[in-house]
Design a protein around this ligand. Structure first.
Ligand SMILES: [Zn+2]
Length: 135
């Protein structure tokens, strides 16, 4: 169990993001073979949504630093359907059910940002492959 007074662990909630300090971006993404869903953090991703990169503040970071979104949000099948339908409440319930805890405010802020900064259609890929390879 995590305490409500603790800032959420970025590694738990933001699988493919970075932290920006001035002009430098530090990759904090999990080093998994294949992408995990950016929404529920539980299931392998099968699709990604291209987004215009954006930033959010995070209580676990020192002043002046920000979380940068990256330009893709990965999703498993069920989360992709919820995100496509704009159902952030559904994504929140799914996360809570799978992780036994509510998503952090930062995670929800990233989901909302992804919705607002979306660019174009979702891109499907073969489960078990990694579209990040060769980028
Ligand atoms: Zn998911």
């Amino acid at each position: 169990m995590t305490s409500d007074s603790q800032p959420p662990n970025l590694f738990d909630t933001v699988p493919f993001a970075g932290v920006k300090d001035g002009d430098q971006v530090i990759d904090i993404g999990l080093s998994t073979e294949t992408p995990v869903c950016d929404f529920c953090s539980a299931d392998p991703a099968v699709v990604y949504f291209p987004v215009e990169e954006f930033e959010i503040v995070h209580p676990g970071l020192i002043q002046g630093m920000a979380v940068v979104s990256g330009d893709r949000f990965y999703a498993c099948g069920p989360c992709a359907e919820l995100f496509e339908a704009g159902k952030l409440g559904g994504l929140r319930r799914r996360y809570t059910s799978l992780q036994q805890s509510a998503p952090s405010d930062s995670a929800v802020a990233l989901w909302l940002g992804a919705k607002n900064h979306r660019q174009g259609d979702p891109v499907t890929f073969q489960p078990g492959t990694n579209p990040e390879q060769g980028r």
